[in-house]
Design a protein around this ligand. Structure first.
Ligand code: PEP
Ligand code: MN
Length: 347
């Protein structure tokens, strides 16, 4: 249930509504929009009398939320949520372009890649220090050493860092080094981790589980939001289908569905969806045309020798060509690419 306050409601009206809701055993979550305040009724308490709530001063409407997620819903927060990242606001007209290797492999590798993706116009640098691998015998990441190299790459290039956190125990150390915590597809329903990143109040990139529905993705986001951490970006990274020609199937449908259902930004990850670099550009264009707020792309200096996901990784020059195409496409769908890179500005 959400309580929509009228545009003329006073602060006192709002606190009286909050007090009434709390008195019957519920918690509230406030959404202060440009025009009006919306009060989310959270938890389980005694049955709510919608009509009575509707009679309180300043209340315009009491609306039952039709989905199990509340704070993530557009009904609750009609304006787009904007998340600052390197001088842009993700979710606004500027597209976010996050790029870098699947995994941090060495200090030199991540610093060289950071300069290359920055030159091509990236907004942020990605790189996994803790890697969730299908096989326990595959490269598992450099751990905290990898985080230190990421922080050094940020120091040198100014690019904010996005890195995956795999367990509650390492949330703090990831916050210490990174700007955005990535929750991987395999951990989308790791509720202890969702609670921990929610509590951290750090920006989060939440990937859709490979067999999860859109509603389950929004419910996972709700866990984080319920801690008052509103800086959540949703990420479509492909789902499992019967198709074997590509690693996963990019669910383009998810973009307009998520944008309508939720106010949270939506980032597309064609690299993990397709699994082959040669398809990444087309699907990146498709995702932006469909309304995605940005892209996360794997870029490697030497994909043939990458420790992980080389087959889907773009070389820097291909990434640069992709950014230039996205820059041309963006205005057609009312978006733009703002880069801080001298090459991209003059090129
Ligand atoms: C990754 O970003 O490298 C990764 C492991 O992604 P996903 O969780 O989507 O498989
Ligand atoms: Mn990867």
């Amino acid at each position: 249930m959400i309580v929509v306050m009228s545009t003329t409601a006073t602060a006192r009206d709002i606190s009286e509504v909050i007090a009434r809701i709390r008195s019957i055993g519920y918690e509230v979550h406030l959404s202060e929009g440009k025009e009006r305040t919306i009060i989310g009724v959270i938890g389980r308490g005694r049955p709510l009398d919608r009509e009575q709530l509707g009679l309180l001063p300043g209340v315009q409407d009491v609306v039952p939320v039709s989905h199990p997620y509340k704070i993530a819903s557009r009904e609750y927060h009609p304006d787009d949520t904007l998340i600052p990242l390197n001088g842009i606001e993700v979710g606004g007209p500027n597209l976010a372009i996050i790029a870098g290797p699947c995994a941090v492999e060495s200090r030199e590798q991540i610093i060289e890649t950071a300069y290359a993706v920055k030159e091509a116009g990236a907004t942020a640098l990605r790189g996994g220090a803790f890697k969730p691998r299908t096989s326990p015998y595959s490269f598992q990441g450099l751990g905290e050493e990898g985080l230190r190299y990421l922080a050094e790459a940020r120091e040198q290039t100014g690019l904010p860092v996005v890195t995956e956190v795999m367990e509650p125990a390492t949330v703090q150390v990831c916050c210490d080094y990174a700007d955005v915590l990535q929750i991987g597809a395999r951990n989308m329903q790791n509720y202890a981790l969702l609670h921990a990143v929610g509590e951290s109040q750090h920006p989060v990139l939440l990937k859709r589980g490979m067999s999860s529905t859109i509603e389950e993705l929004l419910m996972a986001a709700e866990y984080i939001l319920s801690h008052g951490n509103m800086r959540v970006m949703l990420c479509e990274r492909g789902i499992r289908t019967f198709e074997t020609a590509t690693r996963n199937t990019f669910d383009l449908n998810a973009i307009p569905v998520l944008k309508q259902a939720s106010h949270l930004p939506v980032i597309a990850d064609p690299s993990h969806a397709l699994g082959k670099w040669e398809y990444v550009e087309s699907v990146s264009m498709g995702a932006i045309a469909a309304g995605a707020d940005g892209l996360i792309l794997e870029v490697h200096m030497d994909p043939d020798h990458a420790e992980s996901d080389g087959r889907q990784s773009l070389k820097p020059e291909r990434f640069a060509a992709l950014v230039s195409k996205i820059t041309q496409l963006a205005p057609i769908v009312g978006r733009k690419v703002t880069t801080h890179s001298p090459a991209a500005q003059h090129g």
